[in-house]
Design a protein around this ligand. Structure first.
Ligand SMILES: Nc1ncnc2c1ncn2[C@@H]1O[C@H](COP(=O)(O)OP(=O)(O)OP(=O)(O)O)[C@@H](O)[C@H]1O
Length: 263
């Protein structure tokens, strides 16, 4: 098999924020690589700067120092190359499902009939045919996240940045949407970077997991997850799943053995 090609390098990125007591260092020289068609999860303690990394990649924030290198070329950010999906679906409530999905293509100047064909095809692929004229408030949380995922994918970004996209959903819907995501990523050949608090989800979906330390944040370790993965539910039955799960709990200092509670 050929060596994986590096798509994006994050090199020595530092970022501090001004706070009442002075500058707070958040990212302390973050360095890791993303390969072509990678699926990488980023895990780390709450507030360690996971969203900040995404915002720097997306061009919503500037790093203080450090470098992003995209396919061998240093860049300021990946604006125009990424699709960013967040925990909150951010659909426009006054627009129908179809109008929400069409928006990006229209802004890009895609001819109307072409945009409509593409939008309908995506809605059908994601099981949302028949809901074109529905408004977001009439859909379940899982359906709204499917619309948000379509809206992200339809722009054909090189890399998907997914910031806890399923964390507000119930477990059953999450499992279902993990499967939808996995299939979509394979069908559309996308590279994914996923921020998640859910170690179970990280192991089930990812080829690699980047574990971050607490603030000021560095990369603690990068783990390759080598499991059979025909679906995220199947992945959970792989005999190595539990080992990876425990290793990553250890990275986050989560106690996995029983401890006596002192009376
Ligand atoms: N624009 C900003 N101005 C000032 N401080 C900020 C700003 N953005 C983030 N921070 C601070 O930087 C730190 C990291 O925030 P960030 O949201 O990136 O962490 P996170 O790991 O994504 O958090 P969580 O796990 O809770 O989602 C936090 O202490 C946050 O308060």
């Amino acid at each position: 098999m050929s060596e994986p090609q590096i798509q994006l390098s994050i090199r020595n990125v530092r970022k501090s924020f001004a706070a009442k007591g002075g500058e707070v260092p958040v990212l302390d020289g973050l360095t890791f690589d993303i390969y072509e068609r990678d699926f990488v999860s980023i895990i780390g303690p709450s507030g360690c700067g996971k969203t900040t990394v995404f915002n720097i990649i997306a061009g919503l924030l500037d790093a203080d120092t450090g470098e992003l290198v995209y396919r061998g070329v240093p860049v300021d950010n990946l604006r125009g190359r990424i699709g960013y999906m967040m925990q909150k679906d951010l659909l426009f409530p006054w627009r129908t499902v179809l109008q929400n999905v069409l928006l990006g293509l229209t802004v890009r100047g895609v001819p109307e009939h072409e945009a409509l064909d593409t939008a309908r095809e995506y809605l059908s692929t994601f099981g949302l045919s028949g809901f074109e004229q529905s408004y977001p408030r009439t859909l379940s949380g899982g359906m709204r996240q499917r619309v948000a995922l379509i809206r992200t994918l339809i722009m054909d970004p090189d890399i998907l940045l997914l910031d806890e996209p399923f964390s507000a959903l119930d477990y059953q819907t999450r499992l279902y949407l993990e499967g939808v995501l996995m299939e979509a990523v394979e069908t559309f050949n996308k590279t994914v970077i996923l921020v998640t608090h859910d170690i179970d989800e990280a192991v089930a979906l990812s080829k690699r997991v980047v574990a971050l330390s607490g603030r000021p944040t560095k990369v603690k370790n990068v783990h390759t997850i080598d499991i059979e993965r025909s679906s995220p539910v199947e992945a959970r039955s792989d005999h190595r799943f539990s080992d990876y799960f425990h290793t990553l709990c250890g990275e986050l200092d989560i106690q996995t053995t029983k401890k006596r509670v002192k009376a």
